[in-house]
Design a protein. Structure first.
Lengths: 569, 569
């Protein structure tokens, strides 16, 4: 190489600064420039909802290093030797001359700057709702620092009493919590029949129940028909079914699209998801141009298909790879994603890694087994909190395809365990005896994840026939006469029961009360308890006594997502 | 088989009840008997320190199911169809006649009972200190429910002001915390030069500093010479160096030995560790006898050597395998352990999975690389807490051999991640782009574990030369003239510094103050900062400018286990 390598990075949020910093560490002498449209750099955008919600008050915490230095152009220049041009837009890429035309948004001046290697980290754009009224004041997204400032001011000013969040995904849910904490009456509107579509329905329903228990209103399977307004200001949201929701604020959070405008104009190849196609080196169809973050599509390592996976952690990891390769040639790899995500939902967390049952079936996996496990994360004497987990595995080989987990317990650790299991191509048999860190302050002696694998093993080996709460509910609602056996204690039954005609025989009395079970040894019997461990034991008792069609309702009362009869008092 | 299968389980703490319950689920008709010497069954023995410490007050919580039913013989009979004979000792196994002689400890009666399959889960016995005075009143272990009751009463009675805990392992540390919380003045005495020997010295030292910061006294590299007493009661502990520690209570926690007395008498094969030898089916040298839990030795899956690994989680997992195989023949497997353990230490947790540097070298791994990473577990705006992690990997292939982690942050999740990585045979390269659940309430965008892998990758690829805090300290103490570069800000330096003659140049000023660096491009320069990320950046800057012997002091100020100069003020 003659002279100093010139690296241009388009985009200064997550992937861009990471790529630039990594490039710098690979080559102290390269000329590295970040082009950033917004006034801020290196924003912790995943933290916006917590700033809006008042978890912390200092806006700079979203922008600063762990030791409190704001990551502004001066910081980039001094600490990293990187030129960061903010309020500057990249408007055109000329691949022949290897130049980027940039426009100074403060004065409108344009300039061509040349590169040896270009890294595109242009991020994603929030999707808009193409309905009347969408230009009214009071409608926003939560995508930019500006949006965060706007919503935080609303929180602080306390002028607004009612808001509608459109979209029940990660950002929608996080925004709902933030505004709810600010004392604003919230309705979430979701087009699909459930919140958080990375979850299967029955787990999403548990989250929905929790959101509602916090006082937020949730409307699913309904879209926005129109934004209503007066004098240019939002006054309400009209839904497709005609419902009108009066409100002064609407936050649109229906997902994002890769921001590929100038990349597309420059002829770089885009994939079916709309994201830039990159290889494992984060290299686009032009070998001198790399890309990373929310503007690219990534390989789903399980299905082998490309997906748009706009996660902050992947943006950073991909940026690191792009930055290294832009300097060193293609030495570093990003092999893909298993789409691990998590979201705080008031006192719950909810997340997923790998495939849900729904996404597994959509991807063509038909020979799969699923299991739902409910248990505390720690012993009762250490104030364990509930976890509800659904595991999806291939029947033929026990390969773990995906795991979802929700609840007030330590969801994050559970998902991390399973994410590593999937990354290591582990099977259910491998998880059976996983060697995890156990002490009572941290987990059960048999960790929730391992217990889930045990149940899955029992199912795969034909030792347990499961049935989901949803299936039981459907059949009860359809008027089927089922023998449903609640094996809990009478006190538990008094406090809370399903109220679906279940028959109570505590597990400790079952062997002496077999006469209450249908005589017909082929009769279908559905056992459950609080978490369905005793339900499973009951099933084994009955099977041992000759009953042939005994099922366990997975997750028991704790996983039941429908109304329960409760005794208050 | 003619008739009902007869299963005897010797031992009713963890592995035994699990084996019995699993056997029952495999065969509703088997006759299953648990022989238990103690009056209680199925005690959550890992919970003793938290009961002693007053984390909870209801003793039954150690003995009951998650729904509050005490696991006594009646419970076992009714709920599980298992006969549990408490206060009954198995005194002899006759393998020819397949009988166990049991002795009723209440009346001394003996009886022979026969088995088709026997499961030995006899646990372990606390090691004793063979010094004068060890029969004095006031000396105890924390191994049994009786011990827990004794110590809890001491806590509640508040009659004791000074105690000595002998042994700085898991139980010793947990006991220390429990008694310290009770307002008792504590000294921990450890024979070896450090606490928690599953940690390497520098991480153990961080734990020791934390223990001391809580007001407990720690004496390492010193053993007990004698227990001192008056009128049969303990009055003090005399150490090998002559120090006398006045105290009214001594808790001996110097480890456990497998309880194999009657198994050994019966001619079952014992291993070098003193534990029963079992195969992957948990079968002893007698095919009709299985064993599980603290009385067996297990395969360390990394080194291929047998170890004694008395962990509560493994006892349960092994018990499950033994119970299944006792009924079904050898269908279930326990493949071994990677010796994952964790311990709460006041506001810290400390744990390890796989091999420490010390144990790796002892096992013959010579071509290894290590790295120490310090960072918060979450972003600053979510009140992230410090984690200090040491990773050990093989140089030739990057295989992860072990990880230790300590600090106030989420140590448990970190260890779970690494335990799964090791179980999946992952390499550092695999961990570089691990796909973990990220949202600000749960982790950094680049999780602490992944950042550790990044640093390790940089070292393995020769991009970073590391040096440990210990090595720096040793060389400074030896009077070596080193150029040690602190790259933090002046405010950070004012607040807390190492005070080892370091030179302060904030990273942002480094490129303009290169004249302060030794002219000699071969001079050794050691860079650090708070966590040594800026230290690494500084090293890259200097290397980019031609310096050839630049090192990064790993973990920076946060991992420095020696005295620091602090400004209070």
């Amino acid at each position: 190489m003659q002279g100093k390598k010139k690296i241009i990075v388009i985009g200064g949020s997550a992937a861009g600064p990471k790529a630039a910093a990594r490039a710098r560490r690979m080559d102290e002498n390269a000329e590295i420039t970040i082009i950033q449209k917004a006034p801020d750099l290196s924003m912790a955008s995943c933290g916006y909802p917590y700033y809006v919600g008042g978890v912390f008050d200092d806006r700079n915490m979203l922008l600063c290093t762990p030791t409190g230095v704001v990551r502004d152009p001066k910081f980039y220049l001094n600490a990293k030797g990187i030129v960061a041009r903010t309020e500057t837009e990249a408007v055109k890429i000329d691949r022949k001359t290897k130049t980027v035309t940039v426009k100074n948004l403060k004065n409108g001046d344009c300039e061509d700057i040349s590169y040896d290697k270009l890294i595109i980290t242009a991020g994603a754009m929030p999707r808009k709702i193409p309905v009347p009224g969408s230009d009214l004041k009071g409608i926003t997204t939560l995508q930019s620092m500006k949006d965060a400032d706007y919503l935080r001011k609303i929180r602080d000013d306390k002028t607004i009493t009612r808001a509608v969040v459109i979209g029940g995904g990660l950002i929608g849910i996080e925004t709902c919590e933030a505004l709810q904490l600010a004392g604003i009456e919230i309705t979430i509107v979701e087009m699909l029949p459930q919140l958080l579509t990375f979850l299967d329905w029955e787990l999403a329903k548990l989250v929905e129940n929790h959101v509602k228990s916090k006082g937020a209103n949730v409307i699913t399977a309904n879209g926005v028909a129109e934004f209503l307004g007066e004098n240019g200001r939002l006054t309400g949201v009209k839904l497709q079914n005609g419902t009108e929701l009066p409100c002064e604020l609407a936050v649109v959070a229906i997902g994002v699209n890769p921001n590929t405008a100038i990349a597309g104009d420059a002829g770089l190849k885009l994939g079916e998801t709309g994201g830039l196609i990159v290889n494992e080196f984060m290299q686009t169809s032009d070998p001198d141009i790399y890309a990373a973050g929310d503007c690219v599509e990534s390989l789903n390592m399980i299905t082998g298909r490309n997906v748009h996976a706009p996660y902050g952690d992947l943006a950073n990891l991909q940026g690191r790879v792009a930055g290294e390769n832009a300097i060193n040639g293609n030495s570093a790899k990003f092999n893909g994603t298993i789409q691990t995500g998590i979201c705080k939902v008031f006192d719950f967390a909810a997340g997923s890694t790998g495939l849900s049952e729904k996404s597994a079936r959509a991807a063509g996996y038909n020979d799969i087994e699923t299991v739902i496990n409910a248990s505390p994360d720690k012993p009762g004497f250490m104030t364990g909190l509930l976890l509800v987990t659904k595991i999806v595995a291939e029947k033929k080989n026990g390969k773990i395809l995906g795991v979802q987990c929700v609840g007030p317990g330590d969801v994050s650790k559970q998902l991390a365990i399973w994410a590593m299991a999937i990354r290591g191509n582990l099977t259910v048999e491998d998880m059976i005896n996983a060697d995890l860190p156990y002490a009572p302050p941290f987990s059960l002696a048999i960790d929730h994840s391992i217990a889930g694998a045990h149940i899955m093993q029992n199912k795969l080996k034909g030792r347990m026939k499961g049935i989901s709460c949803s299936d039981v509910k459907k059949r009860v609602d359809a008027g089927e006469k089922l023998f449903i056996l609640d094996t809990r204690g009478p006190d538990e039954y008094e406090q809370m029961r399903l109220g679906i005609g279940e028959h109570l025989i505590p597990i400790g009395a079952l062997r002496n009360r077999l006469n209450e079970i249908p005589d017909d040894k082929n009769a279908e019997i559905i056992c459950f308890c609080k978490i369905s461990l005793r339900g499973y034991e009951a099933a084994r008792v009955l099977e041992g006594r000759g009953w042939k069609n005994v099922k366990v309702m997975e997750g028991g009362v704790m996983a039941w997502p429908f109304t329960r009869e409760k005794k208050y008092g």
